[in-house]
Design a protein around this ligand. Sequence first.
Ligand code: SAJ
Length: 418
Amino acid sequence: MSVEFNKISVIGLGYVGLPTAAVIANRGIDVLGVDVNSETVETINRGDIHIVEPDLDILVRSAVSSGKLNAAIAPKPADAFIIAVPTPFKVDHKPDLTFLEQATKALAPVLAKGNLVVLESTSPVGTTVQIAEWLAKARPDLSFPASEESNPDINIAHSPERVLPGRVLIELVDNDRVIGGLSDMCSQRARDLYSLFVNGSCHLTNARTAELVKLAENAYRDTNIAFANEMSLVCDKLNINVWQMIKLANLHPRVEILKPGPGVGGHCIAVDPWFIVESASEQTSLIQASRRVNDSKPNWVIERALAAAPANSTIACLGLAYKADIDDLRESPALAIVEKLAAQHEGEILVAEPNISDLPASLAAHKNVTLLPFEKAVQNAVTVLLLTDHREFKSTDLTTVLDGKKIIDTRGVWPMRS
Ligand code: SAJ
């Protein structure tokens, strides 16, 4: 183990920061996790977790009970700081760096000569330099790589998180990392940091390239999903089974069409392409068109559901999470669809979401919405709208229960009934 990094601080204890903090702490390194939410901090210090991610509970419990992982609401001195706070967008799709600015300014007072700061949050091109500028302004007594200094007091790099929710603990360790420092020394020091817990290779580049690599990955996926979603509209119009069509097209050795769905959700793929658009709007017609296709899919699903369900009848909505086998409702098209249905359909809406125990406030406010185990929801409904392909929905044999019901399967879980 490198003697350089005896204490590491992870700022932002969400879906990326908490697993990262727990993995590092389980390598025997002292980790202070920092989050502005005091409930989150208390939960973690009890050895519990506030998110659903396979095996994360075990890892956090072990890291906290060994004393290697502690959480606090404010930063304290450390050798390296990993920033993993949300970088959402505003209503006009422009990047909102408020959390990042607050986190950076909170960390500035505890910085000391020799520290390394790594930005992991997905960020628009130029953000790593922006962090250096914020820090330099707050700490004129220290030198930063954005200045001419070849060996500054503080090293700064960007290494975007690339982990897939649902597989975070595996991908955090096994995925390759892209590391872009504000100087070669910054990149090398960040590589030393990640070498402490990453088995994948570390690829060094500059900060701007690393920033765009991450954005390009997610925009690439968004564009590919948009193609699949567009095909689902084409198939609907031409009365062709989209699942069968894609399965057959994918037999071609150079074709791999992704899966259509109710829209693209989560806090990454539906957001990050806009960061490229913001930097290069005239050059991004394909990226912008893909966003429009994916963003319009929920309304298309709502129209089909309303047309299929008789007035005052009961609709079962299966799934609220933005994708399978997680509890994350952020930017979830499934949730948005059920919210709109609840407002527009006069009958009962029976919601099944195995990964949550209470309805979110936006649905609990509607009298016609109830959360039920999914078999019950399906049994009592006339129309079944499948929105998320959770394993529970896929693994249960509903053959006879579904007979006679109107089915709208947005994920292809029952491909021959769609
Ligand atoms: N989706 C489809 N059809 C598909 C695949 C996905 O409709 O064939 C939908 C999902 O249902 C979901 C959305 O797209 O609503 C996004 O899901 P996802 O599994 O594609 O990706 P995320 O948002 O969970 O995670 C992505 C990953 N990026 C890429 O695969 C390029 C992950 O590696 C990133 O770390 C993460 O974004 C992030 O944090 O940026």
